[in-house]
Design a protein around this ligand. Structure first.
Ligand SMILES: Nc1ncnc2c1ncn2[C@@H]1O[C@H](COP(=O)(O)OP(=O)(O)OP(=O)(O)O)[C@@H](O)[C@H]1O
Ligand SMILES: [Mg+2]
Length: 235
C-alpha cells in the first residue's frame, strides 16, 4: 500500500476536528475525499503532508510511519501536496515557480527534464514561462500549481479542491490533465465539493461528516448511495 492512514485524530489546540479516520491509497490509484464544509478534508491532507501534527493514530508510506517526520522528508518520500486556492508565488515567474517544486535532491537531479515534461503536459504554460504567476488566469494558476507539485516527482499527488471557481471548460481541461497524471502511474488523492464530478474521476471515495468517516467504497457505488445523499443534502 502506498499510503495508509490509521485511526487518525487531529486537533487544533483543544478543538478536535478529526476522529478515528482510516484511509488508504494504493499505487496508481485515484481516490477522492468528500464532505461538507468544515468536515475535516483539508485538515486530513495537511496532516498527511505534515503541516498539521497527528494527535493520535498513524500515517504510513509503503509500510513505514511518517507521522513524526517533518514535511520536507515526506516530500522526499514521494508525497506532493497542492494546497487549496492554488497558492503559487505571485511575483515569481512560471519557470521560477516550477523550479521551486523540485528542491529535494532526487527531483533536483532531473529537474530540467521534468520541466520539459511539464511544459509538454501543460501546453498552457509553454508560452508563459517568463510571465509572473499572478498574471495567469485561475485555471492557468491551477495548472501551474499542479505542475509545480509534479516537479517534486511524487508517487502520490494530493490536491485540495482543484476545480474550485473554475469555468466548466477549464474543468474539462483539468480533468484531462488528471487523466494524464494517472496514466503516468502517479496516485492522486483529491478533495472536491462536487460529488458527481469527484466520483466520475475517482476509483474510490471516502465521505467525511463532522470529522468522522460516514462511508467509503468504490466511486460507482457511492454515486447514488443514500448515506452520501444524506450527508450532502441532509434528511
Ligand atoms: N488552523 C485552524 N485552527 C483552528 N481550527 C481550524 C483550523 N483549520 C481548520 N479548523 C477547523 O477544523 C474544522 C475542519 O476544517 P477543514 O478546513 O479541515 O475542513 P474542510 O472539510 O476542508 O472544509 P472546506 O470544505 O470548507 O474546505 C473546521 O471546524 C475548521 O473551522
Ligand atoms: Mg478545505
Amino acid at each position: 500500500m502506498l499510503l495508509e492512514v490509521k485511526d487518525l485524530e487531529v486537533a487544533y489546540g483543544d478543538f478536535q476536528v478529526v476522529w478515528g479516520v482510516s484511509l488508504t491509497v494504493d499505487e496508481g490509484e485515484v481516490v477522492t475525499l468528500l464532505g461538507p464544509n468544515g468536515s475535516g478534508k483539508s485538515t486530513i491532507l495537511n496532516t498527511i503532508s505534515g503541516l498539521v501534527p497527528v494527535l493520535r493514530g498513524d500515517i504510513l508510506v509503503r509500510g513505514a510511519s511518517i507521522a513524526k517526520r517533518p514535511t520536507h522528508h515526506r516530500t522526499g518520500l514521494g508525497i506532493a501536496h497542492v494546497l487549496e486556492r492554488r497558492r503559487v508565488y505571485p511575483y515569481l515567474t512560471v519557470r521560477q515557480n516550477l523550479l521551486l517544486g523540485a528542491w529535494h535532491a532526487k527531483a533536483k537531479a532531473v529537474r530540467d527534464e521534468t520541466l520539459a515534461q511539464m511544459v509538454e503536459m501543460f501546453p498552457i504554460l509553454k508560452d508563459r514561462t517568463d510571465q509572473l504567476a499572478h498574471t495567469l488566469s485561475g485555471g492557468e494558476q491551477q495548472m501551474l500549481a499542479l505542475a509545480r507539485g509534479l516537479m517534486a516527482k511524487p508517487q502520490l499527488l494530493m490536491v485540495d479542491e482543484p476545480f474550485l471557481g473554475l469555468a466548466p471548460q477549464v474543468v474539462e481541461q483539468l480533468k484531462a490533465v488528471f487523466a494524464g497524471i494517472r496514466d503516468s502511474g502517479i496516485a492522486i488523492l483529491f478533495i472536491e465539493q462536487n460529488v458527481r464530478l469527484a466520483l466520475s474521476m475517482a476509483d474510490r471515495g471516502y465521505v467525511l461528516e463532522s470529522g468522522r468517516l460516514a462511508i467509503s467504497g468504490k466511486a460507482r457505488g457511492l454515486m447514488n448511495h443514500k448515506t452520501v445523499r444524506r450527508v450532502f443534502l441532509g434528511g
